[in-house]
Design a protein around this ligand. Structure first.
Ligand SMILES: *Cc1c(COP(=O)(O)O)cnc(C)c1O
Length: 399
């Protein structure tokens, strides 16, 4: 099927919700993608912070294929050894005793929201969830309501009740909103979709301390920042805090659909039998994949250490670009970086020029280029991106 036929069929049959790039991906290898015309791209998108092992990772691929041959899915009415092996590994690695497995980030956050509501059910109060402006937590009705995109809210009203928001990074506003009706706070340490915007260290430390002192659940959405993305297994480890609940998805199973909600023993046991569930959640194939990803990430001299070291390197290399007057800000941690451009230079133009040089990046909020490559990305591949970015900046200077 040629590319035009592919586009026609999509245009005719897919619900028109995506504005896709004019690029049809055929296959992946290592940290690169190939389009249907055989062009090669070094991938700094990674399915949006998802394909942390890159493409065709031999050990991972072998595990997934072997599990597919053995058993893909059974109902959660039954036990499987692979699910129990995985939750044990994840609990040990994370320090969270209670885990619920689902299929996406939105579902992981739905689970966290339901868990918070159930946790405070007996008290009869504390129904509200406090979220940040500019947040992204998913596209189900509840997670959309928790997401700071007001234009989207208007389209899907009436929305679930009990969500209120504070100004990003504004501790005074946060404190003001944290009244007796708030049971839980849900936020990202770095707002990925909003253009890789990190909360200040002080904000996170103070917000966490305040929640602890008032018995309010501190819930972190680690869907994008987790799984070694920032150089630690979870981003909260950078701030010396320990949330009551964290949510995961994206990279958790290396490219297979999966999500998880992790909680302390006290909070996680607020659910009783029948309170929550999922048909596919934690199925054998997803668990085998996630189990292997976590093993590869955490073993000695493993991927986590590599991620931390190349992530720092990427940050150092990007810092040089602040000399250009059309670069407004460079933000992020580890292998999660954002380059914000000034209004005169559309980030989409940069994205297109980088693609012509063989590098895929994507545009997140606030005219920002987002870099979230596989954690297997090499220094050479980073050097290549930096060289391409140099050329694009030089070309932009003469415009
Ligand atoms: C992507 C993302 C989600 C939503 O995940 P889906 O799997 O698309 O539902 C939620 N929170 C954050 C921080 C994300 O980056």
């Amino acid at each position: 099927m040629n590319f035009n036929k592919i586009k026609e069929a999509e245009a005719k049959h897919y619900m028109p919700v995506f504005s896709r790039d004019n690029l049809c991906i055929d296959r992946g290898e290592g940290n690169c993608l190939y389009d249907v015309n055989g062009n090669r791209y070094v991938d700094f998108v990674a399915g949006i912070a998802t394909n942390i092992l890159g493409y065709g990772h031999p050990e991972y691929t072998e595990t997934v294929c072997a599990q597919a041959r053995k058993l893909m899915h059974v109902s959660n009415h039954y036990y499987t050894a692979i699910q129990s092996e995985y939750v044990e590994r994840l609990a040990t690695a994370s320090g969270y005793d209670r885990i619920f497995l689902c299929n996406s980030g939105a579902e992981a956050n739905e689970c966290a929201i339901k868990l918070a509501r159930k946790f405070f059910l007996k008290s009869g109060a504390r129904k509200n969830i406090l979220v940040s402006k500019g947040a992204f937590h998913g596209r189900t009705l509840a997670t959309l309501t928790a997401t700071g995109n007001v234009a989207q809210h208007e389209k899907y009203a009436p929305l679930p009740e009990g969500f209120l928001s504070f100004e990003f990074n504004d501790f005074e506003d946060f404190k003001r909103k944290l009244d007796n009706n708030v049971g839980a706070v849900l936020l990202e340490t770095i707002q990925g979709e909003n253009g890789v915007r990190p909360f200040d260290n002080d904000f996170l430390v103070n917000a966490y301390a305040l929640c602890k002192s008032q018995g309010i659940l501190f819930m972190l959405d680690e869907v994008q920042t987790g799984m070694g993305r920032t150089g630690k297994l979870f981003s909260f480890e950078h701030f010396g805090i320990r949330p009551d609940v964290i949510t995961m998805a994206k990279a958790i199973a290396g490219g297979l659909p999966m999500g998880a909600c992790l909680a302390t023993e006290e909070v996680g046991t607020a659910f009783d039998i029948g309170d929550h569930g999922s048909t596919f959640g934690g199925n054998a194939l997803a668990c085998a994949a996630a189990n292997k990803v976590l093993e590869i990430l955490l073993r000695d001299n493993g991927l986590l250490e590599h991620s931390a070291s190349v992530g720092e390197y990427l940050g150092e290399q990007l810092a040089h670009f602040s000399k250009y007057n059309f670069i407004a800000d460079i933000r992020g941690l580890g292998l999660m970086r954002g380059i914000q451009l000034t209004e005169k230079v559309p980030a989409a133009m940069f994205e297109g020029m980088l693609r012509e040089h063989g590098y895929l990046v994507n545009v997140a909020g606030n005219n920002t280029l987002r870099l979230v490559p596989p954690l297997t990305i090499t220094r050479d591949e980073i050097d290549g991106l930096i060289a391409a970015l140099d050329k694009v900046c030089a070309a932009t200077c003469v415009l």
